[in-house]
Write a protein that binds this ligand. Structure first.
Ligand SMILES: Cc1ncc(COP(=O)(O)O)c(C=O)c1O
Length: 385
C-alpha cells in the first residue's frame, strides 16, 4: 500500500486501536439475550412487524404503483399515505402537524440548520446526540454547552447571551430521555427559563416515543407541554421499531421544512411500504398489548436499577429503560462487555467519543421481551467479573 491518503487513514485507525477506541462491526446474535437493541417494545423481536407486513401486503398491494418511491417527495416520491401517516402521528403526539424524514440523523441535522442562522445561539445540553451537534455545526450558529440537566448553568448561559443580544434567536437543545445516560430533563424548568429569556426549545424524543405516556406519546405530550416547544423530533428506529423520523410542531414549521430542509428536499423518499407499516405501528400504540408492554419495560427497568444500585454499581441518574453501568476506562468496558458476551448476553461497551473520557460504560437497554431471570443472571455474571 503506497497511497499517502490510505497511510493517513491507517495511522488514524492505529491510534484509535492503541487507545482501545477502535469500533468494529459485529453481526447481531439473535440467540443472545437482548440487552442492547433499541427494540424496546419487542416489535421486531416477536414478529409483530412481520405480521403487519403480511397484512399490508394483502390489503394494500394493488393500491400503490411503485415499491421504491422513485424520487424525492417534491418530485415524484410523494403519495397520499405520507400525509395520512403524518396526520396519524400528529394525533398520537397531540401536535398540530408533522413531517416525515428518512431517519433521525438527517431530520435533526437538516431541521436544525434550516432554522438557525450564524447570528443565532445554540445552547446545548452537553450530552445531546451527535445529530444535534452536527446540525448546529453545519448551521454555523454560536454553540454553547450547558452542563447536563443543570438548570442554574443553563440559566447563566442564556442570561449572559441576552444581556448582550436581545435580537437574535437562542435555541435550547435537549432530549426527553438521554441515549447514553437514561435520564430526563425537567421540561417545566427549561420552559420557564426559555420563556423568561425569550428562547426557543428543540426537543429530541428518540428514546421516549412509544415508551412514555399511556399511548406512548412521549414525554412532552404526556406532560402536556408539547405546545410550548417549538420543534420536537421523533426518530422511529427505537420503540417504534422501524425507521424514519417525524418532526412535529406548527403547520407553518412543516411548510417551512418542506421548503428549506435540504435533507428533506434533496433526498429520495422512502419505499412506500414503510409508510404502510408505520401506520400499523402507530395504531398498535393505542392497544392494550402496547400498554402492557410499556408497563413491563417500566417494571423491569425499575427492578434492574434497584438491583444494580443495591450491589453498588454506579448507574448515574438513570430513571428509565436505558441504564448505564459506569466502569471508567475503555479497556475495562471492553473487558466487561466481552465477558458478558461470552455468557450469551448482548451488551455494548460505550466509549469516547460517544461519552466523555473516563466515563466508559456498559449500557443496558431493557425491553418488554426481557425477563427478571435474565436480569438476575446478567447481574450474577457481572459480579463474577
Ligand atoms: C437521541 C437520538 N437522536 C437521533 C438519533 C438518530 O436517529 P436515527 O437512528 O433514526 O438516524 C438517535 C439514534 O441513535 C438518537 O439516539
Amino acid at each position: 500500500m503506497n497511497s499517502k491518503f490510505l497511510k493517513t487513514l491507517q495511522r488514524e485507525l492505529f491510534l484509535r486501536k492503541e487507545k482501545n477506541l477502535l469500533r468494529k462491526l459485529q453481526v447481531y446474535r439473535k440467540e443472545g439475550v437482548d440487552f442492547s437493541s433499541n427494540d424496546y417494545l419487542g416489535l421486531n423481536f416477536d414478529g409483530t412487524i412481520h405480521n403487519f407486513l403480511w397484512k399490508v401486503l394483502e390489503e394494500y398491494k394493488v393500491q400503490e404503483f411503485t415499491f421504491g418511491s422513485t424520487g424525492s417527495r417534491l418530485i415524484s416520491g410523494h403519495r397520499k399515505i405520507f400525509e395520512e401517516v403524518e396526520k396519524d402521528f400528529s394525533f398520537l403526539v397531540k401536535n398540530s402537524d408533522s413531517l416525515y424524514f428518512t431517519n433521525g440523523y438527517v431530520a435533526n441535522i437538516s431541521t436544525i440548520y434550516s432554522l438557525l442562522s450564524p447570528r443565532d445561539y445554540a445552547v446545548v445540553d452537553q450530552f445531546c446526540h451527535a445529530s444535534i451537534l452536527d446540525g448546529i455545526r453545519i448551521s454555523r450558529s454560536k454553540k454553547l454547552y450547558f452542563l447536563h440537566n443543570d438548570y442554574d448553568h443553563l440559566e447563566n448561559v442564556v442570561k449572559k447571551i441576552r444581556s448582550k443580544d436581545t435580537k437574535n434567536y437562542i435555541w435550547i437543545f435537549t432530549e426527553a430521555i438521554f441515549s447514553m445516560d437514561g435520564d430526563s430533563p425537567n421540561l417545566d424548568i427549561i420552559l420557564q427559563i426559555a420563556k423568561h429569556y425569550d428562547c426557543e426549545i428543540f426537543l429530541d424524543e428518540a428514546h421516549s416515543i412509544g415508551i412514555i405516556g399511556d399511548q406512548g406519546e412521549g414525554l412532552s405530550s404526556y406532560l402536556n407541554l408539547h405546545n410550548e416547544i417549538s420543534v420536537i423530533t421523533y426518530p422511529l428506529g427505537k420503540a417504534m421499531g422501524l425507521m424514519g423520523c417525524f418532526v412535529s410542531g406548527d403547520s407553518i414549521l412543516k411548510e417551512y421544512l418542506i421548503n428549506f430542509a435540504r435533507g428533506f428536499i434533496f433526498s429520495t423518499a422512502i419505499p412506500i411500504i414503510i409508510l404502510y407499516l408505520l401506520k400499523e405501528i402507530i395504531s398498535f400504540m393505542y392497544t392494550q398489548e402496547a400498554f402492557y408492554r410499556r408497563k413491563k419495560v417500566s417494571e423491569l427497568s425499575e427492578y434492574t436499577r434497584k438491583q444494580l444500585v443495591s450491589k453498588g454499581y454506579n448507574i448515574k441518574n438513570s430513571n428509565s429503560h436505558i441504564i448505564p453501568i459506569l466502569v471508567g476506562s475503555e479497556e475495562e468496558a471492553l473487558k466487561v462487555s466481552e465477558s458478558l458476551k461470552n455468557k450469551n448476553f448482548n451488551v455494548v461497551a460505550i466509549r469516547p467519543p460517544t461519552v466523555p473520557a473516563g466515563t466508559s460504560r456498559i449500557r443496558l437497554n431493557l425491553h418488554s421481551h426481557n425477563t427478571k431471570e435474565e436480569i438476575d443472571a446478567l447481574i450474577y455474571e457481572l459480579n463474577q467479573i
